[in-house]
Each structure stands twice: as C-alpha cells, then as structure tokens.
Design a protein around this ligand. Sequence first.
Ligand code: KG4
Ligand code: ZN
Length: 337
Amino acid sequence: GASPIVLGIESSCDETGAALVRDGRLLGQALASSMDEHARYGGVVPEIASRAHLHAIGPVVRAALADAGLRLADVGAVAVTTGPGLSGALQVGVAAAKSYAYTLGVPLYGVHHLAGHVAADTLEHGPLPNPCMVLIVSGGHTSLLLVRDVARDPIAHLGDTLDDAAGECFDKAARLLGLPYPGGPAIDRAARDGDPSAVAFPRPLTGPRDAPYAFSFSGLKTAVARHTEARGGAVAVGDAAASLQEAVADVLTRKAVAACREYGVRALVVVGGVAANSRVRSLAAERCAAAGVELRVPPPRLCTDNGAMIAAVGDLLVRAGAPAAPLDVCVDPSAPL
Ligand code: KG4
Ligand code: ZN
C-alpha cells in the first residue's frame, strides 16, 4: 500500500516549519518566522527564537494539516530536525515531535538539518541523480559535497568555508551597507539597481595555489567595510550590493562547476538559503549550461528553512526502512556534516 504520511518539523533557527510529505510528494506546509523580532538586534537572538517557536509550533502544525486537507490522525510518522542549530530552538521542535509521535503511536525520525536542505530539491525535481555534486550554501554552512548514493555510500566532502559562511557574509555586509536583516534577501533586492562591475571585490581562494574547493568569505566582508569607510556616508549601496553578490556568486559557481568537471559529475544541486539568491541561480545556470552539467536548484521558498525539507528526509527514511529514533532522542546543536 501507500507509504505513511510524514509530518516534518523544523525549528533550528528563526523559522518554525511544518509540512506533510508522502512518497516524495509535498501535501501541505506552513511556516512562521520570528525574523522581524530579531531585526532590531541585527541577528538571531536565541532566547527570542525559542520563545517564538513555542508560540508558533502548535498553530503551524495545524496550519500545515489544514493546507494538506488532513487531520492529525492521518499522520503515520514524524520527522524533526535534531541539529545542527540553536539548542533551545531545536528543543522546542523535538519536544513537539516527540509528543505527536507518542500520542499518535507512530515512529519518530531525527533529521540532520543539512540533509533536509539537500532533500528539499527532491520535492521539486524527484530523486537525486547518482552521482551528483551538492553545494550547500546557508547562513551557517558553505560546503561542496560529492554525493554518490545518498542512502548507502558515505558522502565525499570536498570543501568547506574556512571562516564565514556565504549567507553570513551577505548578512554582515548588509549591516555595513545599512540594509536590514536578514541581509541576503536585502542585498538581492538592492543589487537590482546596481552595477555588478562597479566595485572590484576580491575572489577569495581562487588562485592557482589555493585549495580548489575551500571557501573564505570573511575577507569579502572586510572589503565591504573598507569600501564603506573609504567613501564615508556616500556609498552607492546598489552598486556595492551588486558587486558583492557578483563576487560571491562567481566564487561559489566557479568552484562547484570545476568540481563537477574534475570528478566527471553531470549534475549540480545547489541548496540552502543562499541558493535563493537571484545571481547565484543565474550564474550557476549559465556556467552549468556551458559545462554540460544539469543544474538543480529548488524554488526559493524551498531553499530557505522550512518544514517540507525535513518531512522529505523523513519520507526517504520511512521508505528506506530506516530504524526510528527512540523517544528520548536528544538535540545535537553542533551535529557534524
Ligand atoms: O538555509 P537558511 O534559511 O538558514 C540556515 O540554515 O542558515 O539560510 C539563511 C541564509 C541567511 O544568511 C540569508 O541571508 C541567506 O540565507 N539568504 C540569501 C537569500 N535568501 C536568504 N542570501 C542571498 N540572497 C538571497 N535571496
Ligand atoms: Zn538552513
């Protein structure tokens, strides 16, 4: 018969997400965000995030069920993000997921947040090609992975950021440019009216002697700081935003496509919040087309944190017959990749 309907819950940062997935199909979803409450502090405040999750979690689960036209009793398994993320924020989602699993008498699955970002793409484009290159670009991670068989083979980890993540770079640079939090979407918007060749920002770690798949973004943030200092109050924000976005998109896509070429991989999957960036998407499309590589990027709403991506992993685990997590499973705020 049909696989069970999986309820997925995400609460690792500032988004409270819930969604229902069955057999690789998204049935319904809902999302609440505490983003606006953090804006005046310029970044996510963990205590505020936890409290917001606590208020939102019940309503968000009910809204996801309503969106799917389902009742709680229809849920056959529960999946929840156990890490990495903010400890208190994760604990709210995990406590809720345990309660649902226990009261419904259905299995509980702990999900790695980054596996969720990768699986998000399967809801839009079907099973991942085997092998595929995966570029994960979020607020906390920038990693290039060679994925041969998600279920069986371990993942080959080709490179990471040595300092800031790509999203972190956008968030910090936005602050320097006087743009609101979160910085990524604000820079994307400001860049529309800017000239991407106006400022010659560096392309870190792209020299012939540099590690080919390592990333570094803290120098770019410093370059933006120098640029704004040098111009006093008279920075052309659109030009700076467009130029920074061009530099980040250039480095990310150049390395990802080079990795596809070196390893003979014909598909690139770009996921995580920064995959929502318009220039990352267009430059990746250009360069993949030129290299004969198939590009897969989820629609923007599935790139940033959401419940559907967690439900998608739960659905894969259920169908693979993976063992369920015990009801005393703990959060793992610094879960390794
Ligand atoms: O994946 P995500 O929602 O949360 C984490 O797991 O970190 O990613 C959030 C990050 C933030 O740094 C945000 O500024 C960035 O993704 N982001 C963007 C865009 N939308 C979100 N960066 C650039 N352009 C965007 N359109
Ligand atoms: Zn994320």
